[in-house]
Design a protein around this ligand. Structure first.
Ligand code: DC
Length: 227
């Protein structure tokens, strides 16, 4: 995988990150969950009482971007996301953050800052990056592009189970609403909307386990890189 790039895009809660993590372990390469970067900016804006300006004074919110430092640091052999020097990964997947993140991700100046950071990450070991615009914008020349989708029922149930396991107080309907709302906003925003690239491999994982998907993608990787 040395120097190779795999882009995994797709709808919300299709298991992109879990899949990317497993593949990166198998192939000993770097995994970046780009959604966590948009979530970190959102968390900063929520914690600093700035999220209220997202619609009313977007320029003011953008002016605060210089105070947001996002970096990945090696911790136990894995890259962990730090926001202004603090590991905040455990706070990123709450429904409070999920409910705001698509609005944050629609702001072109925020996207520009994060895309620049994504392109600067060391790719020498090979990189698997998941998100919404990785194959279309961040790495249009990626070696392999995958696009994941699944039925809304299956996606919502997976995300709901995850949140309940973490002790969150949510209903399945809250989760369905959030996922549908994010898909709609992510696919219809002006800057870098979620699209299925012409050269992406479409995977509907409604009835596929993560092991099925890993097996299938390992075969694609083997045939493209090692034959
Ligand atoms: O992958 P995720 O659900 O954690 O992503 C959170 C949000 O961030 C998602 O609703 C859309 C946005 N996002 C984006 O616009 N571009 C990316 N490359 C990754 C995520």
């Amino acid at each position: 995988m040395v120097g190779r790039i795999i882009a995994i895009d797709g709808h919300a809660s299709t298991g992109k990150s879990s899949l990317a993590k497993k593949l990166s372990n198998e192939f000993n390469c770097t995994h970046i969950n780009s959604g966590s970067m948009y979530r970190a900016v959102t968390l900063y804006m929520i914690n600093n009482n700035l999220i209220k300006y997202i619609k009313s004074d977007t320029n003011y919110l953008i002016s605060k971007l210089n105070d947001v430092k996002i970096e990945f640091r090696k911790d136990g052999g894995k890259l962990k996301l730090f926001l202004n020097g603090e590991n905040i990964e455990k706070d990123l997947n709450s429904l409070v953050v999920s409910n705001e993140v698509s609005n944050i991700a629609a702001v072109p100046e925020i996207r520009a800052k994060l895309v620049k950071l994504q392109r600067e990450i060391d790719r020498s070991n090979g990189i698997i990056m998941d998100g919404r615009d990785i194959g279309s914008v961040v790495f249009p020349n990626a070696d392999i592009k995958l696009f994941l989708t699944a039925s809304i029922e299956v996606r919502a149930k997976r995300r709901y189970d995850e949140l309940i396991k973490k002790g969150a107080n949510v209903t399945l309907n809250d989760v369905i609403y959030n996922i549908e709302d994010r898909d709609l906003k992510d696919s219809n925003r002006k800057t870098s909307p979620l699209i299925i690239d012409d050269d992406a491999i479409l995977i509907d994982n409604t009835n596929k386990t993560i092991s099925d998907q890993v097996r299938m993608i390992k075969e694609i990787i083997q045939s493209r890189f090692y034959n």
